[in-house]
Design a protein around this ligand. Structure first.
Ligand code: GDP
Length: 455
């Protein structure tokens, strides 16, 4: 899945890692590589243009983050934009207020609708729903039987138009065998009377988009008033994905997308184009021929997979948390406004370092963390406990102005915190140094970083 795209993007980022700063030329070169990688993966040109435009703009505006080096910032930006192109938040299936919830499947023949019907039915059954499958694909000779087979595997009943076509087939008298609209309508009526809470209606597809098929799908839509119309698209069809999706959006309309055959060594462009071009979210992904090859689609996880950088991304997140930007800014603001950097602030910074300390191992695997990694590697977590104990043993007055702490108070504080006078002296010295540095940074307008905080 996305193997080529993934490789290309990852190697683009690798080239960036060695750079301490990114010039505009570096960013342009990177954006060019990203553009090529996306186009080669069959992502629609319009989507590529918008995507790379946003990445370039954000990379140039150089979002300041004390925690990330330039290469990591670019990865983060690309990741954010990928998530957004894939639809942002995961969009769950919408259920009707009064059951049954009607789900209509649409798409070209061979897209994977019938297979998906079985997968979705099984998924819903496992979640405690009682779905009914309706075979309204009367175009393909075997479609009804195929749905019956799939339904049986999924443990879900199938409403089919031909009486006795298959052992156990559902048939409602009056359902016209040749009329898919009537079959769909009768299927939904049956679901209602038998208290199935979800109905999944499989419709016919053609090999190409044609007016008759579109009209039939639209007629079924009007007859059953679906709560969801899911457009199933074969992720392997490349650039055609966009025109096909657009044709279905205009002809039938749909509320969500299902990507099928994501398991293929497809270049995967459909995945990256369809949500963005149609403005409809991707709800599910089909990843093989078995009923269990099915997943709820999470844009963020998919972006992580494409970038093949799950670990790096969670690391970046943690680093950002530890270096709470608001906190840093509040501190910088304090200094600028002339207020003093206090021992309390110092403690908060040290606690931030502790959070980083717990990631020591992960950081060890990463190149390019430079100065920060060194500070973290030398960092002793027990140190923070000691510092905290010492600061807690001071009076609020002393915390705000440590200069008033004389020799006997130092001894007292050491005793109260279970440390030695040397520990207290060392802390006060380090604090004075840090304070000095904070003042310098405040004058220079920079953010406090970790470099000076370590030992
Ligand atoms: P329909 O015409 O839209 O109903 O498509 P089908 O459900 O009959 O699927 C067409 C073919 O694609 C069948 O051979 C399926 O086994 C296969 N297929 C469906 N979904 C997937 C998938 O996610 N991965 C793979 N590899 N094959 C699939």
């Amino acid at each position: 899945m996305f193997a080529t795209l993934s490789d290309r993007l990852t190697s683009t980022f690798k080239n960036l890692r060695s750079k301490g700063r990114l010039s505009e030329a570096d960013i342009d070169a990177t954006v060019r590589e990203i553009r090529r990688a996306l186009l080669d993966a069959d992502v629609a040109v319009t989507v590529v243009r918008e995507f790379t435009g946003k990445v370039r703009e954000r990379a140039l505006s150089a979002e300041v983050s004390g925690a990330l080096n330039p290469a990591q910032q670019v990865v983060k930006i690309v990741n954010d934009e990928l998530v957004s192109v894939l639809g942002g938040d995961q969009r769950p299936l919408r259920f009707a207020k009064t059951p049954p919830t009607v789900i209509l499947l649409a798409g070209l023949q061979g897209a994977g609708k019938t297979t998906l019907a079985g997968k979705l039915a099984q998924h819903l059954r496992e979640k405690g729903h009682t779905p009914l499958l309706v075979a309204a694909d009367l175009q393909r000779p075997n479609a009804v039987t195929q749905l019956q087979v799939v339904g049986e595997r999924a443990g879900v009943p199938v409403f089919a138009p031909h009486p006795g076509a298959q052992e156990g087939a559902e048939h409602l008298p009056g359902a016209s065998a040749g009329d898919p609209v009537a079959v769909a309508r009768d299927g939904v009526a049956t679901a209602r009377s038998r208290q199935h809470d979800v109905v999944i209606v499989d419709t016919a597809g053609r090999l190409g988009v044609d007016a008759e098929m579109m009209q039939q799908a639209a007629d079924i839509r009007d007859a059953v008033q679906p709560d969801e119309i899911l457009f199933v698209i074969d992720a392997m069809i490349g650039q055609d994905a966009v025109t096909t999706a657009q044709a279905f959006a205009d002809g039938v309309g749909f509320t969500g997308v299902v990507l099928s055959k994501l398991d293929g060594d497809a270049r995967g462009g459909a995945a990256l184009s369809v949500a963005s071009v149609t403005g409809r979210p991707i709800l599910f992904a089909s990843t093989g021929e078995k009923l269990t090859d099915f997943e709820v689609f999470h844009p963020d996880r998919m972006a992580g997979r494409i970038l093949d950088m799950g670990d790096v991304l969670s690391l970046i997140e943690q680093a950002e948390k530890a270096f709470d930007a608001d906190q840093a800014e509040a501190m910088a603001g304090k200094l600028v406004s002339g207020e003093d950097f206090t021992l309390e602030d110092f403690l908060v910074q040290m606690q931030g370092l502790r959070q980083m300390g717990s990631m020591k191992k992960m950081l060890g695997m990463l190149p390019g963390m430079g100065q920060m990694r060194e500070a973290i590697e030398n960092f002793d977590e027990r140190e923070v406990d000691r510092i905290e104990a010492i600061i807690r043993s001071m009076t609020p007055g002393e915390r705000n102005n440590p200069k008033i702490i004389n020799g006997s108070r130092r001894a007292r504080i050491a005793k109260g915190s279970g440390t030695t006078t040397t520990d207290v002296n060392q802390l006060l010295e380090r604090f004075a140094g840090a304070q000095q540095m904070m003042k310098q940074m405040a004058r220079g307008g920079g953010m406090p970083g970790v470099g000076g905080m370590g030992r």
